[in-house]
Design a protein around this ligand. Structure first.
Ligand SMILES: Cc1ncc(C[n+]2csc(CCOP(=O)(O)OP(=O)(O)O)c2C)c(N)n1
Length: 533
């Protein structure tokens, strides 16, 4: 009897990790992959927890793997930038327990600051990439990824698109493969990446990727769907394959790839000789297209399909019309732009970030922003923040701006904002740098006791709100004091007048001043006391 359940792509990844004998999983919250770790909580056999940031999450999974366990780390695309330092060296080692790196890409930037194509990491790190297109494949590829990881001693990258993360479909459930890790067994040189061991690993990686390529030539997760005609072969993978199938093109052959790095290049070469035109359908970079061209296969792709955003069924139809595949397709005119009213994201009502922005709007300060719900201080009605680059960047950037301003005698107070989640993710190193500054910089730490923007995960400062669960509370003022930062004022910003005065005065003082605002997130915590003064 079949045992099917409706799962999102994220839930399917978790399920695959569970069925595949996964034991330890770590992550850092960020759309579109938050739900992977959230849904792992139901499996008691698996240890799962949020890391302080993606680098720590990666290191936890690496530790699990060297102890022989099947491990997984998941994150949004920009998270890999943070995790890349340990990752790019760990990939040189001979992986022991299966290790999955699951990365959620966000074409169209629906909830991200940029639009990276994470497939590049697979090539960069010499590891295989699996590209699932449906929740069923997401589950199957998670299990398959663990197998490949152990078979080829390599971490495996599963690249998953935001629409797949959140869409739902029926997935066949299977039992769990129980797997008992043997623990860490010391082996001279295996994980010690310094010469001579690290030099030898360059050859290991080269051989590993060659073996993977040979394997991929006959791998059943790549398959050809033979159409009637010989004019066009579409090479595609992942979610866009599912959209392409909606068009029901009978005369066109489709090569659906499951493992997209290293490519089964000999197989594609042989196939390409049988068709007049090879068209690559892929979102974001011309990753597959370029690889085919490097290998002498005449292929076209980005001539017809956008390099940015999601490729909707409409986009695919338009592209295929340009390519001459769809001859009789009538383009439906896109609605006039004026008809759609732009509505930027807004802070919730009762959001404790609001009074801060109101206060800053009345000041003539240059405000260097950071990433969190408070990023919305960029938009109307506040238009206070003038930057939004990456988590923790406000601190170093404020120092850079302040240094230049004092060189050119430009007198305008510099204010940086940062949330508690971002403070612990990557703000502390910036603060140590600021500790010795003589520039006039005010940092407002908006300590709402949660990672609000990604759904309200705890931060180390959640403290009294979840005392029992967390068992500890990291005090931001105490941490800053231990960095020799002494100009710190703590205030509940719902005491509006007091907060306004505190921020004004802090901006007038020379050197670094820090204001920690303590009103918790209105959505995450039901706070009874309200003060508006
Ligand atoms: C490197 C990276 N990882 C994860 C994210 C996803 N993300 C966006 S904002 C944010 C943290 C927000 O927490 P906090 O600073 O406390 O601000 P709040 O949303 O609570 O106001 C995270 C993790 C990201 N943008 N970049």
């Amino acid at each position: 009897m079949s045992n099917k359940k409706i799962l999102t792509g994220n839930e399917a990844i978790s399920r695959g990790f569970f069925e595949g004998g996964g034991i330890i999983a770590s992550s850092y919250p960020g759309s579109p992959t938050v739900q992977i770790l959230d849904s792992l909580k139901q499996y008691k056999e698996i240890y799962s927890d949020w890391g302080t940031n993606e680098k720590v999450a990666m290191e936890i999974a690496m530790g699990g793997s060297i102890a022989g366990a099947r491990a997984m780390v998941s994150m949004k695309h920009v998270g890999v930038n943070i995790a890349s330092d340990p990752f790019m060296t760990f990939t040189q080692t001979k992986t022991k327990g299966g290790l999955l790196l699951v990365v959620g890409d966000d074409p169209g930037l629906s909830s991200s600051q940029n639009e990276q194509d994470s497939r590049v990491w697979g090539k960069f790190a010499n590891i295989p990439i699996l590209d699932p297109g449906s929740p069923q494949e997401a589950k199957d590829f998670a299990k398959e990824g663990l197998r490949l990881s152990e078979k080829f001693n390599t971490p495996v990258l599963i690249r998953i698109m935001s629409r797949l993360c959140h869409c739902r479909a029926a997935v066949e459930l299977e039992g769990r493969e129980e797997f008992v890790p043997e623990g860490f067994v010391p082996e001279q040189g295996r994980y010690s990446m310094l010469p001579p061991y690290s030099n030898a690993q360059q050859y290991f990686m080269k051989e590993r990727i060659e073996k993977l390529q040979n394997f991929n030539e006959d791998y059943e997760c790549n398959y050809l769907e033979q159409g009637n005609g010989k004019e066009f072969l579409i090479v595609t993978s992942g979610l866009v394959y599912e959209s392409l199938k909606e068009l029901e093109l009978e005369n066109i052959s489709i090569l659906k790839l499951g493992m997209i790095w290293p490519l089964p290049i000999e197989k594609i070469k042989k196939l390409s000789n049988q068709y007049t035109n090879i068209i690559v359908l892929e979102e974001l970079l011309p990753f597959i297209e370029e690889e085919l061209k490097i290998n002498g296969i005449v292929a076209k792709g980005k001539e017809y399909f956008s390099f940015t955003g999601e490729l909707t069924i409409q986009d695919i139809k338009s592209g295929l019309k340009k390519a001459g595949v769809l001859i009789n397709y009538l383009e439906v005119e896109a609605p006039q732009k004026e008809e759609i009213i732009t509505r930027t994201p807004m802070l919730c009502s009762g959001c404790p970030h609001r009074p801060i922005f109101h206060i800053l709007k009345t000041n003539n300060a240059t405000v260097i922003g950071d990433i969190g719900c408070y990023s919305l201080g960029i938009h109307e009605p506040f238009e206070v923040h003038k930057t939004n680059i990456s988590m923790g960047a406000s601190l170093g950037m404020a120092l850079g701006v302040a240094t230049v301003h004092s060189k050119i005698n430009k007198e305008k107070p510099i204010v940086a904002t940062i949330g508690d989640g971002t403070f612990f993710h990557s703000g502390m190193t910036g603060f140590i740098q600021l500790a010795k500054t003589t520039e006039n910089i005010t940092v407002i730490i908006m300590d709402n006791r949660t990672t609000a923007m990604t759904g309200g995960q705890n931060t180390p400062s959640t403290g009294e709100y979840f005392k029992e669960e967390l068992g500890y509370h990291a005090s931001i003022p105490d941490i800053l004091k231990s960095f020799s930062i002494n100009d710190i004022t703590v205030v509940d910003q719902f005491k509006y007048k007091e907060t306004k005065e505190i921020i004004h005065n802090a901006m007038k003082r020379s050197g670094l001043s820090v204001v920690v605002t303590t009103r918790p997130c209105a959505l995450n915590f039901k706070i009874k006391s309200l003060i508006f003064m």
